[in-house]
Structure formats: C-alpha cells, structure tokens
Design a binder for this molecule. Structure first.
Ligand code: RIB
Length: 305
C-alpha cells in the first residue's frame, strides 16, 4: 500500500531546451557539410524531458528550471502544462532559452550540441528559494545541463532521507558530496567511461563496480537496446534488465524517459530492479516515435505493449 504524500511524486531540477532537429542520411564528420530535412522545433532539454515523461505517466511532477522570456520559453512552458507538470518552479528571464541542435540519422542515432542559455542561469540561490518544493518531493531528479554548483546546492538542500537520482549528462567530474547521495547514479557507457577514466574496464558490471566504489548508494548503467544493469547493496555484482525489442526511429530523449520512469517508480516504493523493469519499457516506447517529449508514452500505452 502506497503511503500518502502531500507534495510531488517527482521534482525535476534541470534544463529546458528548444530542440532544433534535422534528419540526415549521415551525421557529418569534422569539416563535412551534409544536407538534411526541413527543420523541426520540439520541446526538449534533459530536465524538461524528464518532467514531461513522468507527468505523462501519471506522476505528480514539478519542474525547477529557467527559460528565457521568448518564444522558445513559451513553447517549453506550454509543453509542460499540456503534460500536466506543475510549472510554478519554472523561472523566466535572465538569458535566452537554451537551444539544442540535433541531427538524427536513419538508424535513430543522434548528435546534440547544446547552447545552455537560461539553463546556465539556474543558480544555487534559485534552489534555496525552492526549498519547500525540494522538501515536498518523494524523489528529486537532476542532470548536468545546469551548473554543477546548482546541483551541489540541491544536494545540500535535500532533507534528511531525501532521495536523489542523478544522470550526469553531459558528464563532468563530480564532487564526492554529490556522488555520495546518488540513489541511483544513472549513466550510459559514455558517461561511465568519462567518470571512471583510464582503467574503467570493458563490461557494464566492471563500470558499475567502479562507480559504486566512488560512493553512490546505487548505480544504473543504461545499455540502449540491451536494457540496463542495476547495481546496489541488494543487487550483488549487478542485475541485468532486458529491454523489449522495438524498431528504433529516434533515440533522442529515450534516456530521459527511462530515468524519469525509474525515479517515479522508486518513489512509489519499488526496488531498483522493479523500477528498472518498468523504465526499460518506457524507454523502449520512446524510441519508436520521433522527437523527445513528443515520443513519450502514457501509462496505458506502456501497459498495452
Ligand atoms: O537527452 C535529450 C536532450 O538532450 C534533448 O532534448 C536536448 O535538448 C538535450 O538536452
């Protein structure tokens, strides 16, 4: 039986970007020019994506983020409100809305360059001012498209017993104080190798073991179409969770949907393995449709798969 909770199931503290997306036959190499499709503009950003993914699944979700006072900012706020996110914590102004330039190839793989814009102005003071929002959430989820000092302040603002899920993307060296509260630290292969550096090893089990030694309470390594590896005090060397087989159209934002679903289910009291089993189904659904937020499933769609 789920305990009653007055606040939000999930608070996402993170970035909101306008995704400027072009489909290409082949992503360009250095010095190369390729022609692509017409430009599509979608709501995105790792924080915004997580919030929409959770809200669409039915989680009571709030977003703490900063957008510009411009057309992109309004696009992003509208998308959050349509999904049902509580946007009272979204701050407006200070810089133009963040933008992500995204190319997607026919296999669904993407390359992304982010101009942080207003995301870089989400400050530690903004987190302190939102202390009640932080305290009222079952789980808080964040990423690294906002300043690291803001993430560190979030860690300091968490109430005793508060649960933090961190996807260190794009990867950066993490202070021990931040690593110590991650439960879990959610990484893909690239992020795992960056954090571990030389001697990372070659298998997800080795990465998980190395990452756990750095201090997080638990670790999830996402493995794309192969699912995820879950590692924590109850999971031995790690438990592999397989993903359903799907035809990938666009992988943009699938990791954000996975992480949001995982964080939400953890807040409902599921174990890491149970939450990951649900989250891989959400991530798999997200790759079958184009875009990030536009591709996210409802709980009914997940159940029907
Ligand atoms: O994870 C996908 C997201 O990364 C995109 O929506 C883009 O905005 C970048 O932040």
């Amino acid at each position: 039986m789920q305990e009653q909770h007055a606040g939000h199931d999930l608070l996402v503290v993170g970035s909101a970007n306008a995704d400027l997306v072009i489909s290409v036959a082949r992503r360009p190499a250095a010095g190369e020019t390729v022609l692509g499709s017409d430009l599509a503009v979608h709501p995105g950003g790792k924080g915004g994506n997580q919030a929409v993914a959770a809200a669409r699944l039915g989680a009571r979700t709030a977003l703490l983020a900063r957008v510009g006072d411009d057309a992109h900012g309004r696009l992003l706020l509208d998308a959050q409100r349509r999904a049902g996110t509580d946007t009272a914590g979204v701050l407006v102004g200070g810089a133009p809305t963040g933008v992500a330039l995204i190319t997607v190839d026919p296999s669904g793989d993407n390359s992304i360059v982010v101009s942080p814009g207003a995301n870089a102005r989400l400050t530690p003071a903004d987190v302190r001012a939102a202390e009640a929002l932080v305290a009222g959430a079952r789980v808080v989820s964040t990423q690294l498209e906002i300043p690291l000092e803001t993430v560190t302040e979030l860690v300091r603002t968490l109430p005793a017993g508060g649960r933090l899920v961190l996807n260190p993307s794009p990867p950066a060296p993490l202070p021990a104080e931040v690593l110590a509260v991650c439960d879990p630290l959610v990484v893909n292969e690239h992020e795992a190798r960056f954090i571990l550096g030389d001697g990372a090893g070659e298998t997800p089990e080795e990465w998980a073991r190395g990452l756990l030694a750095l201090g997080p309470r638990s670790v999830v390594v996402t493995l794309g179409a192969a699912g995820a590896l879950v590692a924590g005090p109850l999971d031995g060397v790690g438990v592999r969770v397989a993903s359903p087989r799907v035809e990938a159209v666009d992988t943009t934002g699938a990791g954000d949907a996975f992480t949001a679903a995982l964080a939400w289910r953890l807040g409902l009291g599921e174990s890491l393995v149970e939450a990951a089993r649900y989250a891989v189904r959400v991530g798999a659904a997200a790759v079958t449709r184009p875009g990030a937020q536009d591709s996210y499933p409802t709980a009914e769609e997940v159940a029907a798969r």
